[in-house]
Design a protein around this ligand. Structure first.
Ligand SMILES: [Zn+2]
Length: 133
């Protein structure tokens, strides 16, 4: 089970951006700028959520989790599935997850929430090996 800490919700920023686009203050192309990399991550690692795209209202949104953290090394900055998150949370002291929603039709994308996962333990610097790993 995941137990997220320091959860930040970006619903207000999301709503403000939507209002700005609908009123013409922000160009729609600017809000719907999901690149090929993000689109692919949405296809392979995303979870389809029961929410229609607020921009085109045609497609159900996908949510992708991106992980960031020093202890993750090369994994940092990549998209991960929920199973991966559980694995990482069990083996790393601390890392940040950014959940981004993506529309695969119009390219709408926005940060939904961010939180911190991990064991919360400081990494041990002693070189002792752990049996059974
Ligand atoms: Zn859309």
């Amino acid at each position: 089970m995941l137990s997220p800490r320091q959860v930040v919700d970006y619903a207000l920023q999301r709503r403000a951006l939507l209002v700005a686009v609908h009123s013409g203050r922000v160009d729609q192309a600017e809000a719907c700028d999901a690149g090929a990399y993000l689109q692919r991550a949405a296809r392979f690692h995303g979870t389809t959520v029961d929410q229609t795209c607020p921009m085109c209202r045609k497609e159900q949104l996908a949510q992708v989790s991106w992980v960031f953290g020093e202890s993750l090394r090369q994994v940092s900055g990549s998209a991960r599935s929920t199973d991966d998150l559980e694995q990482l949370a069990a083996h790393h002291p601390e890392f940040t997850v950014h959940v981004v929603e993506v529309c695969r039709t119009c390219g709408w994308n926005h940060l939904v929430r961010s939180f911190v996962l991990g064991t919360g333990r400081r990494p041990r610097r002693t070189g002792r090996r752990t049996a059974g790993e």
